[in-house]
Design a protein. Sequence first.
Length: 293
Amino acid sequence: MNQSDLEWLKNRVAAAVDDDFYLDRGEERRIKEESAARGIVSREIELVIREQLDEYSAVSERALVEELDRLLHQFTDNDKKLDQKEERLALSKVVNVASGKRVGLDPRVAEEYVTSFCKANGASRSTDTKKWLGSQMGLALVAVAVVGAVIFFATRPPKDATPVVLAQAKEGRTVDTKAIKLNENDRSEIDDQLRRASLYIEKAQYTDPPESSAKASLDQIRQIDPEGQYRGEEVKGLASKIVDHYIKLAEKSAASNDLGAAAKWLARAKLLNRDREVILEKERALGLVKAER
């Protein structure tokens, strides 16, 4: 990087953080895009941004969100549950001001990310559970009233009406057992999320920002259709495309002797929950994990 580009980049970062000591994800992405357009390599861009953030005691929203994501995965990957203690711990790690910094992660961003993460990863959340329990109690009262009404009216019709009621009840149970089948709305939502995922890939929004990325759309599809009954191969194909992209970035970083960056790209590839063996094999090939004996 020549001196002119270096000064420009330093000033660009400084202008973004000197008022609030906070570099949000959108601004950081624009800085990197503008820097790349000037021919500055990504490794140098990252280095200058880190140095400027340290100089101003500022924080990167992206880095803090990534740390929050790591903590949430740590707490929920095994049991798919996020209790209040775990949530408070995760939030305190990123929202509270760290040593040598002037601010922490914006609490609104943190709250939105936790909500988005739990929804995308199918993790239950204690705060949501309380709301759900409240709604369930209301539904239970309605159900009791409905059952009471059914019993009341069932005693009044002639005898020949009874088989109709029983038949309807049996029919209702049969429908419930087949509730896992996709309906037209499900297929329409999958079509829409696939379209969004493709657009995000074109914009290079693979996993970030978490709520508006290809990964977010693919996660939504898996929530609707975990078995991949509808357009499953296309979903797998998009996920594999993103994994391939991150593997190539990891290879480029390793070729530049930046194993830290290579590990970071492969960690992002793992977020797609696809081609795990391929990623592991690449980690072995790059010396990021010990080969099995």
